[in-house]
Design a protein around this ligand. Structure first.
Ligand code: FUL
Length: 506
């Protein structure tokens, strides 16, 4: 009897636990299924949080400075005597960054080791570094230290260019180079600041060089040689927001050094699938997020400083801005410091002029005081609304969307009095993927009849940001402007319901 009672008790316990297991499981399902905010499902691939932060940096400087500044070369062979590095004054990264800031840039990347292998910090990995340089200015400098410090003081983002290819190292081409030199150098650089936003790894890999006196050609397999998974992992442990560019596989080269991206430019990308080298355009059906960065020179000679060089006109820099940042790419604009370790006066002047131009043309957002309506708006959720007013509330975290079934829509901005307008900027809410395939912009002088704007512009993708010159020309975009009482953006095709977080009109 007692046994039976025990058995019955055990069975009832078992039944109870099965029931509570079932209830919990059911409960779990109940918790994951509902979508109280009626949020649209993501369209994959989507960016990693660090890629998003990186895309928001938009515009930053490149500073090519090092051994080549003193030898007049673009690619040092690796046999340069360290004493050739002899700045005529103490290099001044704070000056570099101040100039970049005045030009409207949000950060900068300093070259701290180019292909010649000469390191601009006192590294433990090689004697080919500034401690052996030709004078006290050289010996006392430490570019990553001073650059990071200045950036933090100026409230700017910062990072470093470290060339994987090293024409000085006797180990280059062997596994020793990767584990004893390259990865350690990256780890040393990571220690100069946990808030770095990008590490730049150039694509020029292998070829002829000094290699400790061997004077030969060495080639490597770029896909496997640098132990990229380990590199990414170790840098991210120290610098979680640092995007590893190029060889690092988190952002892509835009495919030219002339300061332009495709008008159609997808952040998704494929690898190993034709067409290859899709830098300018990305891939609509790409399976991973690999946003583009355009590297371009603000001067008329090399990446490094050369006697007799001059900066490009501010208007040309503005065109580059529209054709890169305005086409879903970031822009890293090169400013070469000269032999004194400072940016020359002519560069300082032009960049200041450019900064003013940028401010005049793209900072007074007329959308902020416009009335805004949309042909369709997604049904609101408990804590989120998708109203068109999200488009001009100055908040990048609120967005307008349509219902799932709608992939076309028209958004209209109107003013009480006619405005002079020249540019329209659109920003997708890319956290949930890049969607828009094509759109159209029109303007109205009376609010009822509509005229096409932006003749000849391919209004295809949007992505993180698209800036459309309404007169159709990126080269001569700042004309007399169009007088308009209203602007209308029609989304004609989208992978799924479109999501925009901002529309600006300038
Ligand atoms: C290239 C390098 O080979 C150039 O010297 C320069 O650093 C440029 C930004 O990238 O691939």
């Amino acid at each position: 009897m007692k046994r039976l009672a025990q058995l019955a008790f055990a069975l009832s316990l078992l039944a109870l636990s099965i029931e509570s297991y079932a209830q919990n499981t059911f409960h779990l399902k109940q918790q994951t299924l509902p979508n109280p905010d009626n949020e649209p499902a993501p369209v994959h691939p989507v960016p990693h949080e660090r890629q998003l932060l990186w895309q928001e940096t938009e515009f930053y400087a490149f500073f090519h400075y090092g051994m080549n500044t003193y030898t007049g070369k673009e690619w040092g062979y690796g046999d340069e005597d360290e004493t050739l590095f002899a700045p005529t004054a103490l290099p001044d990264p704070a000056q570099w960054l101040k100039v970049a800031k005045a030009a409207g840039m949000r950060g900068g990347i300093a070259v701290v080791k180019h292909h010649d292998g000469f390191c601009l910090w006192p590294t433990a990995t090689t004697t080919h570094n500034i401690t052996r340089s030709g004078n006290a200015y050289g010996q006392n400098t430490n570019i990553p230290r001073d650059f990071a410090k200045a950036a933090v003081q100026l409230g700017m983002k910062y990072g470093f260019y470290i060339s994987p290819w090293d024409r000085n190292s006797p180990y280059y081409g062997t596994p020793e180079y990767v584990s004893r030199v390259f990865l350690r150098q990256c780890a040393e650089l990571a220690a100069y600041g946990t808030d770095q936003f990008e590490m730049w790894f150039d694509g020029a890999n292998g070829g002829d060089g000094y290699y400790g006196g061997a004077n030969e050609t060495r080639s490597i397999d770029r896909e496997t040689y640098y132990d990229v998974p380990n590199l990414r992992d170790s840098v991210h442990k120290v610098c979680p927001d640092c995007v590893l560019w190029g060889v690092g596989g988190e952002a892509r080269w835009i495919g030219n050094e002339a300061g332009w991206a495709g008008q159609t430019n997808w952040s998704p990308e494929n690898r190993g699938v034709a067409p290859e080298n899709n830098g300018m355009y990305g891939s609509e059906d790409g399976w991973f997020w690999l946003p583009g960065e355009s590297d371009a020179k603000a001067t008329n000679k090399g990446w490094f400083y050369h006697d007799g060089e001059s900066p490009l006109p501010a208007e040309r820099l503005f065109q580059m801005y529209l054709e890169t940042i305005g086409r879903n790419s970031t822009l890293i604009l090169n400013l070469p410091p000269d032999k004194s370790g400072k940016l020359p006066e002519a560069t300082v002047d032009t960049l200041e002029k450019f900064g003013k131009l940028l401010k005049k043309r793209l900072s007074k957002d007329l959308a902020l005081k416009a009335g805004i309506t949309a042909s369709g708006t997604r049904a609101p959720g408990a804590n989120r609304k998708y109203a068109p007013s999200n488009l001009n509330d100055g908040d990048k975290d609120t967005y307008w969307a349509t219902n799932d079934s709608e992939t076309t829509a028209t958004i209209t901005l109107s003013w009480d009095k006619p405005q002079t307008v020249r540019y329209v900027a659109l920003m997708e809410y890319i956290r949930k993927g890049q969607r828009i395939r094509s759109f159209r912009i029109e303007y109205s002088t009376d609010g009822t009849t509509w005229h096409p704007a932006a003749p000849g512009v391919e209004c295809t993708t949007v992505g993180y940001k698209r800036i459309i010159p309404l007169n159709g020309s990126t080269a001569r975009s700042y004309d007399n402007g169009i007088r308009a009482k209203a602007i209308r953006v029609t989304i004609l095709d989208s992978k799924a319901c479109p999501l925009l977080h901002t529309i600006s009109v300038y």
